[in-house]
Structure formats: structure tokens, C-alpha cells
Design a protein around this ligand. Sequence first.
Ligand SMILES: Cc1cc2nc3c(=O)[nH]c(=O)nc-3n(C[C@H](O)[C@H](O)[C@H](O)COP(=O)(O)OP(=O)(O)OC[C@H]3O[C@@H](n4cnc5c(N)ncnc54)[C@H](O)[C@@H]3O)c2cc1C
Length: 381
Amino acid sequence: MNLPTVQFTAEQEQFRQEVRAFLQQHIEAGTFQTKCDSWLSGSEPSFSKIVGDENLIGLTWPKEYGGQARSSIDRYILTEEFLAAGAPVAAHWIADRQTGPLLLRFGTEEQKQYFLPKIVAGECYFAIGLSEPNSGSDLASVRTRAEKVDGGWLVNGAKTWTSNAHDAHYMITLVRTGAYNPEKKHENLSQLIIDLHAPGVTITPISYLTGEHHFNDVFFDNVFVPDDRVVGTLGNGWKQGLAELAFERSGPERILSTFPLLNEAIEELKRQGDERGLAEAVKLVAEVWSLRNLSIGVAKVLEEEGEVSIPAALVKSVGTKFEQKVPEIVRLLLDVYPRLDAEDKINRLLAQSILHSPGFTIRGGTSEILYGIIAKGVIAQ
Ligand SMILES: Cc1cc2nc3c(=O)[nH]c(=O)nc-3n(C[C@H](O)[C@H](O)[C@H](O)COP(=O)(O)OP(=O)(O)OC[C@H]3O[C@@H](n4cnc5c(N)ncnc54)[C@H](O)[C@@H]3O)c2cc1C
């Protein structure tokens, strides 16, 4: 891997302090409580609206669509601070991270003008419609189908594990717009923007083992999707989807889902004056620092529209293992009693981390699938 190293400028460090102050102000005001895995399971539309009002969504997008035209490194700093603070950003996260960039790259002018300003305002949320009951890792086998009718498409089928579909307004949905040929599975796939409030859409919750409602089954029964809601080129859904996955896999959310726990554990060890415990905890800090440098390097290459699928897969596979390791080490270092409803922060954050961490190495592509991508890439070099 030949990833660039990135030095933050004084302006970028200043921006970090501004974001940190904004988050601290809202923690102190009680707007939100720090949570682990907040980027996917902390959906609070009222907080997303506050973030939108602060011009902190669509940071890198052109000004004509409501963005701030800032660099991807600025966005990296922003997302890193949200994750470190455990802020409830899940409602707008997908739209900000991947729907916006997808529409900027492949969308029509009308789609950009219609959706992007609403996303930027923190008022319009998107879900990811890839997985199906019989298509997960083997994504190219999706069977949800769209048939051509006058003025649009009729969609039938089902998506599953759809994060926050119950809060989202739309779903970028991978569907089959032509015949399914098992020999050429990547063909005849297209991406449609489906209005999740349209007639024929049914969303039913799948509960976490904690009892929390985070993801869903989504069923389509003759759902009409107008022609102007096809994204990019008909039949090019596979290639477009892969471009989207690069944004999905390499960000700081693949490293920092349990960072609030690590942070709090270090504070607790300091309070207890536990030198040996701190010596163990700093090994995790060194690890997260190295992973972060890799992840920032990928963000820089993405900004220059370079090819990052292999380093992105590497960051995700190693980063999510790190996220899972944090609660394992913390429970060895401290005398803790994890409970979701615990009064004290460390026990609450530990419970969230333990209960959410099995999904870290599954969502966004399982580790086994990522190892395959990395191995094939290495062989090809
Ligand atoms: C918290 C969470 C949130 C999610 N959110 C979304 C979402 O918003 N939208 C969405 O579309 N999906 C979402 N998913 C689904 C996720 O993308 C899939 O679970 C994942 O891609 C795996 O698919 P699967 O569950 O069908 O497992 P399978 O593909 O059936 O895999 C089962 C096991 O077999 C292994 N395996 C499969 N194929 C191979 C192979 N070729 N080589 C080696 N091992 C293999 C896998 O690694 C895994 O261990 C979410 C999942 C989780 C856990």
C-alpha cells in the first residue's frame, strides 16, 4: 500500500477545536449522552437537525447544493470528533457519507438539486438497500426486481438488515432491472431511489439482542418508482454500488465505534492511579493511532478519485477487530459491571460495546469477504 501521510494545517486544528466545542456544549446542555456505536445505532433526528443548522452535513459538497466545499480531511476531522464524543448522528450518517457522494457522481441535476439541500439541512435521511434474505456476502445475487411500466418501474421483493429504515425517508436500492443469469450475476442490476413512505412499502423491526430497534426488514409490494428516480445508468448498478462501498468501508467509523469506552477507561485508570493498567491501555492508543493514519491516507486518495478498494478493505477488516478488542481489554483492566441502564458512564459504555460489537465485523462486508478482496489484490500486484 502506498498511502499518503497527512499533516493537519493550523486551520484544520482550529476547525477541530470548533467542532469539539460545539459537541461539548451539547453534552453539557444534556442534548445527548455519549454512546458507543452512535454512528449507526444512535439515531436522533432532532440532533441531526441541529448538526444541519450548524452547516456540518455535506461539508465537502459544492456550495450550489448547500455544501461547504471543504476538503475531505476537514470532513475526516469532523466525523472523528463526532465518533469520539459518541454523538447520536445515525439518522443522517448514511446520506452524508455515501448517498450525497453517490448522487454527486452519478445523479441527474434534478436529483442533486432536489435531495442534496434537504440532506444538508439534516432533514432527509437515506437507508442502504443491499442485503436480502438470500443475498448477503454474495450481493450480486440480489433478486428484488423492478419491471418497466409506463413512466417508471414496479418493484417487488425484500431487503433485510436495513439500518434505520424506520427513520429514513428514502433508500438507495439495488434491484434487478433485467433477467437474472446466474452465470452473469453482475449484469442487469440498477440503483433506484425508493421513497420509504410510498404505497406498497412495509417496514418491520428486527430487534437486537439488547431489545433495541436498529435494523429492519423492508418489503416491496408493487411499489411504483418514477423513471427520474433511477440513479446513474440503468444496468450499471454493480459498478456504481462498488464505488459507494469505498466510501462505506474506510472511514473512522470502522475504528472508533468503541472509542468513547477507551477514552473513559483511561480517565478511570488515571483517577485510580493505576500505572499498570494505563501501560496496557496505551497499547490500544498506539494501535488506534496507526489505524487512523491508514484511514486518513485512504480519505486523501478518495478525494483525488484514486483506487482504494484494497486499502479500504484492509482498514475495515483490521479496524473492526480493534473495535471489538477494546471492550475485551477494558473488562480485564477495571472492576466493572456492564449494564445498559447503569448510572455510571464506564459500565454503560462497556455494555453498549459488548452487545453491539459482534456486528462490527459483519456490517459493510464480513471480514472473510474482505480478506478475499485483499488476497486477490495482493496476488494481482
Ligand atoms: C449491525 C448491522 C447493520 C447492517 N446494516 C445493513 C444495511 O443498512 N443495509 C444492508 O443492505 N445490509 C446491512 N447489514 C447486512 C450486512 O451487510 C450482511 O449481514 C453481510 O453482508 C453478511 O451477509 P449475510 O448476513 O447474508 O451473511 P452470509 O453472506 O450468509 O455469510 C455467513 C458467513 O459466511 C461467510 N462467507 C460467506 N461467503 C463467503 C465466502 N465467499 N468466503 C468466505 N466466507 C464466506 C461470511 O463471512 C459469514 O461469516 C447489516 C448487518 C449488521 C450486522
